[in-house]
Design a binder for this molecule. Structure first.
Ligand code: MLT
Length: 238
């Protein structure tokens, strides 16, 4: 039986409510921002700085001379950006020790600019067990419930985020049970048939979906600290 309280919501309003109640928040945008942030930190990026607009990203990069610009609009990298939002493009040593300014259509818009005191983690299949364990630890330490928030889409609901969120919730509530998530093929299929999955396939990013469907590739949880996502273990072991 779970000893922590867990709830689920979708989009900016649900996030605002969870923030107001000081919940431990797991923000989920499995295709692809959550998966990209986890992958970039796991491959040595020093921090991921989320910003809402392309213009803001272009301005912020001047404060980070060794940084990279990354993100997407309509699935593709904005003009002049170093990287898009394909998690596979961060499987490179080039980003080691370097900050990345990230702007995406839904994740960074849903995130907005939360208060400095907020506890916001990033969840995906790539780090499902690690993020669930980290959230449980923080919930017990802070004596707060956990809210798993699907970033959603401009249309509101995003089936692939809810699918991922529900598997994360199951790991939060029943950590000692065998995982409820299916194998790589089943998760891939579920992500592929989602509305955003079909858009990514049409845009030529089908391989990203298979990549994002991997479970526990990384033992790492991004946490927002001073406006940037860093690895939870580096935040608390330094
Ligand atoms: C988003 O934040 O809207 C997404 O991650 C979009 C994408 O890159 O597929």
């Amino acid at each position: 039986m779970s000893s922590i309280s867990v709830s689920h919501g979708s989009g900016p309003d649900a996030l605002a409510q969870a923030l107001a109640q000081q919940h431990v928040i797991i923000l989920v945008d499995v295709l692809r921002a959550s998966s990209t942030i986890v992958t970039a930190l796991a491959n040595g990026a020093s921090q991921i700085i989320p910003v809402t607009t392309v213009e803001e990203a272009r301005e912020r990069i001047y404060h980070f001379p060794n940084g990279f610009l990354a993100g997407e609009r309509a699935a593709h990298p904005p003009a002049g950006f170093d990287y898009g939002n394909s998690p596979r493009s961060f499987l490179t040593d080039r980003i080691r020790g370097r900050p990345i300014i990230l702007t995406t259509s839904n994740f960074t818009r849903t995130l907005g600019t939360p208060p400095e005191t907020a506890t916001i983690l990033v969840g995906a299949f790539l780090n499902i067990e690690h993020v669930a364990t980290t959230a449980r630890t923080l919930a017990k330490k802070l004596q707060q419930p956990v809210s798993v928030i699907s970033a959603g889409s401009i249309r509101g609901y995003a089936a692939e985020d809810d699918f991922t969120s529900h598997h994360i919730i199951s790991r939060l509530q029943f950590p000692d049970d065998p995982p409820s998530y299916a194998d790589l093929g089943d998760i891939s299929r579920e992500l592929l048939v989602s509305h955003h999955g079909t858009i990514l396939v049409q845009a030529g990013y089908k391989d990203d979906i298979r990549f994002c469907a991997q479970t526990n590739r990384y033992n790492l949880t991004p946490i927002l600290r001073n406006g940037a996502f860093i690895s939870y273990s580096s935040a608390f072991n330094s």
